[in-house]
Design a protein around this ligand. Structure first.
Ligand SMILES: Cc1cc2nc3c(=O)[nH]c(=O)nc-3n(C[C@H](O)[C@H](O)[C@H](O)COP(=O)(O)O)c2cc1C
Length: 198
């Protein structure tokens, strides 16, 4: 589930919420799963992964992760990302281009405190994406943390990322590939829309 707060009264945001509600009504599994592609300038490499989008607050789209992870390093080296949903129940793809930054600490604390103890134990215990000798070691670090750590205290290496879109493309699949594509680009005084060929 994505929580919407103070959604801008402009087309791409309203269109997004409408498509989201349609997919929710159609029982779309993992409706909040969003693919995030980033570029690491130092490695000269592009990488994608899914995350759970938790909130859209005003123009900020928020998810949570580890601040030492490969994705965090990419965001530090190059703050522009590409993000994407695909909702199979309604055959809708939404592509986004955006700039990403860390949320403020209060936002991260608030979300950390709302989470299950077990998830917090894992967030504290894991050096996300680092190599480790075995899955047994992952489990013992988790159990040790669950039993002994202060699970209400967010570690400073875990928190929110917020991205602000400057481009959207809404793609609606149809028979004979007669797909409907509508793009929105941010301009100085609002959003400019255009229809794209399939
Ligand atoms: C559906 C789905 C949702 C996920 N949500 C998150 C998330 O919210 N935060 C996160 O750090 N990783 C999440 N992951 C794991 C990431 O895809 C990824 O494996 C991890 O963040 C490490 O990525 P990195 O090495 O690029 O930093 C999710 C994976 C899937 C399949």
């Amino acid at each position: 589930m994505i929580v919407f707060k103070n959604l801008p009264e402009v087309d791409p945001y309203q269109q997004f919420q409408k498509d989201y509600l349609d997919a929710e009504k159609a029982n779309q599994p993992l409706i909040h799963a969003i693919a995030i592609s980033s570029f690491n300038k130092a490695l000269n490499e592009v990488e994608s992964r899914f995350v759970n989008l938790k909130y859209i607050e005003g123009e900020e789209w928020i998810f949570f992760s580890n601040y030492n992870s490969p994705k965090a390093k990419s965001f530090q080296s190059h703050d522009q990302i590409s993000a994407m949903f695909y909702w199979s129940t309604t055959n809708v793809q939404i592509r986004i281009k955006a700039n990403v930054k860390e949320t403020n600490k209060e936002r991260s604390d608030e979300h950390f405190q709302s989470r299950q103890r077990e998830k917090n134990a894992l967030a504290i215990a894991s050096n996300q994406s680092q190599r480790i000798s075995s899955f047994e070691t992952v489990k013992s670090k988790f159990t040790e943390t669950l039993e002994n750590a202060n699970l209400g205290k967010r570690p400073d290496y875990w928190g929110g990322f917020s991205f602000t879109p400057y481009y959207f493309e809404f793609w609606r699949g149809s028979d004979f590939r007669l797909n409907h594509r509508k793009a929105f680009s941010k301009v100085e005084d609002g959003w400019e829309s255009s229809i794209l060929e399939p």
